[in-house]
Design a protein. Structure first.
Length: 144
């Protein structure tokens, strides 16, 4: 079985929900009824006007094109496409979390280095001019 990797990335497309359903459908190369069906299935979440009309963003249109490509060219069913979209969203969230954690780790390491620099030399540490691998065992004497 041929395995195809799927990456949903829409780069710098706009999230502004400004396109009415007929324009979004035309841009995606679909019938408006298809967009309504995909909305009901949760494949795409258009914005809503006060009157209940659907409004789509450029990102939504790009997603619709990808749904169509996965369905027609890759033979993925709509339930599979929905799962792919969910997992890609999760991957994006996890990537963002990794970035946040790396930044927090850097801040923590910097703070630790600053703290160590302000309290050195400590009485229980002896500075060494060069890196040594010798092990020194210290046994305190009992002061009676």
């Amino acid at each position: 079985m041929d395995r195809t990797e799927v990456f949903l990335s829409f780069g710098a497309v706009s999230d502004a929900k400004v396109l009415i359903i007929s324009i979004a459908a035309r841009q995606a190369g679909m019938h408006p009824q298809t967009l309504r069906q995909y909305d009901r299935m949760g494949l795409v979440q258009p914005g809503r006007t006060a009157g209940g009309g659907r409004r789509y963003s450029e990102r939504d249109v790009a997603l619709l094109r990808e749904v169509q490509r996965l369905s027609q060219e890759e033979g993925v069913n709509l339930a599979g496409i929905k799962r792919i979209i969910e997992l890609e969203g999760l991957v994006g969230d996890l990537r963002q979390r990794v970035v946040e954690l790396e930044a927090e780790l850097l801040r923590t390491r910097t703070r630790l280095a600053q703290m160590e620099a302000t309290v050195f030399p400590r009485r229980d540490l002896v500075p060494s001019p060069q890196h040594q691998t010798a092990l020194v065992v210290w046994r305190p004497t009992k002061n009676v």
